[in-house]
Design a protein around this ligand. Structure first.
Ligand SMILES: Nc1ncnc2c1ncn2[C@@H]1O[C@H](COP(=O)(O)OP(=O)(O)OP(=O)(O)O)[C@@H](O)[C@H]1O
Ligand code: SF4
Ligand SMILES: [Mg+2]
Length: 408
């Protein structure tokens, strides 16, 4: 049975620039005893997804909805008091990003580890302290740590303390948000080994959040790749690593440096989009090396790219200044001023349409280009609707339409 089912989760933040669509229709399932790794670049919405599951919301929430079922129970439908009492810490606990630096410097470690138990169960102080001792032992810390203050401990030890704290109420599910990113590699390896041991011994289920695909491979049974607020590929980790089906996952895998390999890591061109106005259609299309006409191109994108090309491309020189006008989402006009050569312009656009270069993918979206009224009017193809395609291993990419995923 699934321990967690997440359906159509949304979390938008209100800002002066508009709503930040940090989690935008994310759905996934996970099985008990499994680890689901959520992987993606900085700012893609990993922490926001965890916060939405745990209902840890800042004040500036603009939209928050969806369904989250923990062992079949819809925890989003619970009232706040019941959620706080039954779900937080006991049902799902979380090791926050950077949590080891947020330990209370004036409180002894043992007491801090006992705190969730005192606040979220009926345990008496003595019982909670005994459980804290046990929890510290289970994460491999020596006895004296119980009476230490956080500043007396190393980074790795502090990270073990926050893991002990997350485990004290024996939760069904533990969310680990970048649990090793502030640690040196040896300490990181030790913490990963600890997490693996606890997973096996206590049959823990984890959501493991990281930007590091290599690290995720050590622990993950399932992978969820996020891009710009969306889950773009989900599946058993061995399949996602061996045969990724989304171009973003492929690019991400190629960007991982490999020991003992001559292959140079490849970077993904461009930067992740602003989540206030993310790209239309497939959000990855401006950076996708195989994007095609239906991926979501807009006239404004083509205008921007043409303006840039006009600076260096002799055949497009006539397009500098205000010669390009965006009429609507799918239409733009290129004014043919004096000296402009419509034939040359059309021929150059044709060349660009045939080009396979990453920076020229937008030109594949041209549906028609007509000359009239002293201008060349370009109409673009509409975007195709985009859904997750596939069953156990699935991805949101239009290239998967009408066929089985490549590994099925
Ligand atoms: N309270 C907030 N108000 C406005 N925007 C926010 C808020 N919290 C996060 N964001 C924005 O939401 C987006 C997703 O942020 P989130 O922290 O979930 O990303 P992340 O994948 O965890 O990144 P990182 O790897 O850097 O931790 C980012 O654009 C971020 O700037
Ligand atoms: S739908 Fe697929 S091919 Fe199109 S831009 Fe997105 S990832 Fe690339
Ligand atoms: Mg984060």
């Amino acid at each position: 049975m699934a321990i967690l089912e997440v359906r159509n989760l949304h979390l938008y933040y209100r800002t002066l620039k508009g709503a930040v669509r940090a989690v935008d229709d994310v759905s996934f399932d996970m099985e008990r005893g499994n680890t689901l790794a959520i992987v993606g670049e900085s700012g893609c919405g990993k922490t926001s997804t965890a916060s939405a599951i745990l209902r840890l919301l800042p004040r500036n929430v603009e939209r928050y909805d969806g369904r989250v079922l923990l062992e079949g129970q819809d925890i989003m439908a619970l009232n706040n008091e019941t959620f706080r009492k039954d779900v937080r810490w006991q049902g799902i606990s979380m090791v926050f990003q950077g949590a080891m630096n947020a330990l209370n410097p004036t409180m002894r470690v043992g007491k801090q580890v006992a705190e969730p138990m005192l606040l979220h169960s009926n345990a008496e102080a003595e019982e909670a302290l005994q459980e804290a001792k046990k929890a510290l032992r289970s994460v491999g810390l020596p006895e004296y740590v119980f009476r230490s203050y956080p500043h007396e401990l190393s980074g790795g030890m502090k990270q073990r303390v926050v893991i002990a704290m997350a485990l004290i109420l024996r939760p069904h599910l533990v969310i680990l948000d970048e649990p090793t990113s502030a640690l040196d590699v040896m300490t990181q390896a030790n913490i990963m080994n600890l997490l693996k041991r606890l997973k096996k011994e206590e049959r823990l289920s984890y959501i493991f959040i990281t930007h590091d695909l290599g690290l995720a491979s050590e622990l993950a049974d399932e992978l969820c790749i996020m891009y710009a607020g969306k889950a773009v590929e989900i599946g058993p980790s061995e399949l996602v690593y061996e045969k990724p089906i989304h171009p973003y996952t492929e690019a991400l895998l190629k960007s991982v440096p490999l020991l003992r390999s001559r292959r140079e890591p490849l970077s993904i061109p461009g930067v992740p989009p602003d989540l206030v106005s993310p790209p239309f259609g497939c959000r990855f299309h401006p950076r996708c090396s195989v994007a095609f006409e239906e991926c979501g191109w807009r006239a404004s994108e083509m205008a921007r790219i043409l303006q840039k090309l006009a600076l260096t491309d002799a055949d497009l020189q006539s397009l500098s200044g205000d010669a390009i006008e965006v009429k609507d989402d799918l239409t733009l006009t290129l004014k043919l001023g004096e000296g402009a050569n419509a034939g040359r312009l059309r021929a150059r656009l044709k060349e660009l349409m045939a080009s396979q270069e990453a920076g020229a993918r937008v030109f594949q979206a041209i549906r028609e280009a007509r000359v009239g009224d002293g201008a060349l009017t370009i109409r673009l193809h509409e975007a195709a609707p985009l859904d997750m395609i596939g069953e156990r291993h699935r991805a949101a990419c239009l290239l998967l339409r009408g066929g089985e995923p490549r590994d099925a």
